[in-house]
Design a binder for this molecule. Structure first.
Ligand code: CIR
Length: 258
């Protein structure tokens, strides 16, 4: 049976989504939608069945479905997104996930964004932004640790700065390999992992989606792509420049049920 990728329709209101470290510039809706289609095609290419949930103008950031849940083999944890405007996104995702996994949910005052959770084996590295911009707070982290701890997972807080989520700064691209922007997170914060650094000219280049032996990766970041290929990885480039204007990357646009 094909593995499942949940994605979500682009909101007609995407131009009014949350922005933190990116200046607002016009988003070409048709181009953004074409990027999303290409992304879904890449997921199909690597063996996923894609189920796209619908969205509406009340959910400007709906396409970034990663932030609404943390999916593990044993359970799914529905988040309580750090941005108030995004909290209505979780209900439909919880409904979709319930048919595949037992579901738990982060409750107030906890906040947690899936983009802050980097799962490596049985360890969940959870981003804690320095300063006030963080989406994941201490209560969210504690609640997550309690849910997954009973399944044998460990949660390790990781400090990062100057970007939206932990996975803006570091993502897994191999069993023991991370793609990292060392300006935003200390590569030694991940014990046992090697770090492949992005090209410094491509600061947003650390967000890659690793699927088995391939990496779905923004076509715009050619220099870092070369580094990935030199490290022996098969890169599947996808156009991602419009969605980047909404401060999203490639991990953000799916929840993978492996
Ligand atoms: C937000 O600020 O919430 C959205 N505009 C972008 C979310 C990107 N998600 C992610 O990196 N996981």
């Amino acid at each position: 049976m094909a593995r499942l990728a949940l994605t979500r329709e682009l909101s007609p209101n995407i131009a009014n989504g949350e922005l933190t470290f990116v200046d607002r510039t016009p988003i070409d809706f048709d181009r953004a939608r074409a990027e999303h289609d290409a992304y879904e095609a890449a997921l199909r290419q690597v063996g996923y069945h894609v189920e796209r949930l619908s969205a509406d103008s009340e959910m400007a950031d709906s396409v970034f479905i990663e932030d609404t849940a943390v999916v593990l083999d044993e359970l799914a944890v529905i988040t309580r997104p750090g941005a108030e405007s995004r909290r209505r996104e979780t209900a439909a995702v919880a409904k979709a996930l319930r048919t595949h996994r037992p579901v738990a949910a982060i409750l107030a005052p906890g906040t947690l964004d899936g983009g802050d959770v980097l799962t490596v084996g049985r360890t969940l590295f959870v981003g804690q932004a320095t300063g006030s911009a963080g989406r994941t707070n201490a209560s969210g982290l504690r609640q997550l640790a309690a849910f997954v701890g009973s399944q044998g997972y460990k949660v390790k807080p990781v400090r990062f700065h100057d970007c939206l989520h932990l996975k803006s700064a570091a993502t897994q691209v191999g069993d023991d390999l991370l793609l990292v922007n060392p300006a935003w997170v200390d590569p030694t914060a991940f014990p046992g992992m090697r770090a492949l650094e992005i090209d410094p000219a491509e600061p947003f280049g650390a967000n890659a989606l690793w699927v088995d032996d391939a990496v779905v990766y923004p076509a715009e970041f050619e220099r870092t792509r070369e580094r990935l290929e030199r490290a022996g990885l098969r890169v599947i480039p996808v156009p991602a420049g419009e969605l980047a204007k909404a401060e999203g990357g490639v991990t953000c646009c799916s929840l993978l049920l492996r």
